[in-house]
Write a protein that binds this ligand. Sequence first.
Ligand SMILES: [Zn+2]
Length: 368
Amino acid sequence: MFTASRLVLARKRRRMTLAKLSQASNISVRSLTAFENGHKSPSGDTLMSLAGALELPSTFFTASDLAEIPVNEASFRALTKMSALDRDSALSAGSFAIAINDWIEERFDLPPVDVPTFPHLQPEEAAELLRARWGLGEAPIPHMIRLLEAHGIRVFSLATDCSSVDAFSIRHRGKQPFIFLNTQKSGERGRFDAAHELGHLVLHSEHRIPHGPEAEKEAQHFASAFLMPRAGIIAQDLHNTSLDRILVAKKAWKVAAIALTYRLHELGLMSDWLYRVTAKQLAQMGYRRSEPGGIDRESSHLLTKVFAGLRENGISALQVAEAVDLTLDELNKHIFGLAPIALEGGGELSSPIRPSLQLIENKRLVGR
Ligand SMILES: [Zn+2]
């Protein structure tokens, strides 16, 4: 049995045109096209060549169809500037992550989805309403990824070879939300990206496509309002404040200094003149390129617990990779920076297990 759609996804995942795959595998473009159309199936040896060229196990190509992500449903930032190869590689990486998630969901009880949609609200109101619904009050959010996971959003790493794409999110089959994060940015930027994608999920899931400059502006505004709620910021008494106080306050809110400065200006707490001066000073101090003295990157509580739970049951990361028909290296790309997985093999594949993990007590996040 050969699954044509998997060949297409694998080729896109590796950013290959038919010509390039033909070169890498020594199989003619004509045959490749016939395989991809499902008109012909490769022989055993040919399948091995394909698997080698695409760096995937041969079992990958014979498993059942993977879920595909329509390009319209993914919240890409600059779709028009993105090359089709980059876009398709990120989308197929998303398909792989969905398969990994399906496998995990069959074995663990994960938090149910609690992500409302507010398609008719302004970003500021939507952020306030979501904070109220999730019981966050006006306090800083201690851990964004943990918060998203506690409300049923699955967070995966944007495969490192897709980092040009930035973060993106989807509601898979209109229901299960996923966020794919670039886990190589600063801790503060990672949190802002997570909040930005949350904004797309809340504002743009139902009736509107999450593309275009307007949607981007709204997601940015949502992220700003969600991480730095109006009432909480006003209570800090930061009216026309000094740079020193901004650098103290940004640590408490766990946001970039520039993001806090922008927010103060947005809320009318900083004059245009002072905003320009402060932004310039911050840029001179290196805060535009990076975040000096910044916070650690956030990791995934959920994936860390899942892989630890599997290990306790004698199931190694390599066995997980084999079970989802990926190589360990490919599996690692999807959780890189979010959860440590042992890179060595070993461990017997025991009988099917179903450990129940009660993940993430919501209450710990509330009303700090
Ligand atoms: Zn966006």
